[in-house]
Design a protein. Sequence first.
Length: 305
Amino acid sequence: MSVTARPELSHLQALESEAIHVMREVAAEFERPVMLFSGGKDSIVMLRLAEKAFRPGRFPFPLMHVDTGHNFPEVIEFRDRRTAELSEQLIIASVQESIDKGRVVEETGPRASRNRLQTVTLLDAIAHHRFDAAFGGARRDEERARAKERIFSFRDDFGQWDPKNQRPELWNLYNGKIRRGEHVRVFPLSNWTELDVWEYIDRESLEVPSIYFAHERKVFKRDGMLYAWREDAQLIDGEQVFTEKVRYRTVGDMSCTGGIRSEAATLGEVVAEIAAARITERGETRADDRFSEAAMEDRKKAGYF
């Protein structure tokens, strides 16, 4: 009797299969999960994976975005349109509301950013909706602190993360046991790279916000980065607004996210550009990671994404 050889999965198929397995495990183990969806490339991939995991039924969780109020308009438009197309629930956790309620104090000055204020807004939303698991699009190649995190990242009843006290994840087994008040951050894309994400977007022909492609935009240069000009931006002496052809590798808060000079106007050209890149996206374009050597780890310990 002949035995048919089992077809070997491609690299992207293996990553996709693992991520779908993780999503289904969370849906089975937890009572009130939520998926963080910003409209950025990683959350777009997670949305596609959720479709493959749960369609034709509805997602067994709502979507949620922690909105700083300083997000790129193109991304917000895409976020709202995409969730409407899928007929899924979108919860907006607003940093501005956290400021208005006195939960956080807004920074002032030309280097002010609302990015660091997101932690309180996120933790408040998780507590208010009693979410016990939150999907995030973080990947281990983004930053050193990300590389310390497991796929199931446990947070205590204060939302804090202890990198020295994590559970093993042997043989793709995930322990979802938590106590009252605790919750889990889940990262289905942990083993993906930025290149994997773009190759998957290209393979699946997924739509992404236009700012991921080269376009002309008013910018100003600060600390070697090209920031998008917005009406409430404060310039430092000597800084000038000019027009440059740029695209964005990541789409966080406008106040701390820089663009890169680029001619990549198609998915294929973006894939080729990322394949040749030697600096991570956060290392090249995120000012909030430059405050100290442990900036990201410190924020994560306090409850950041």
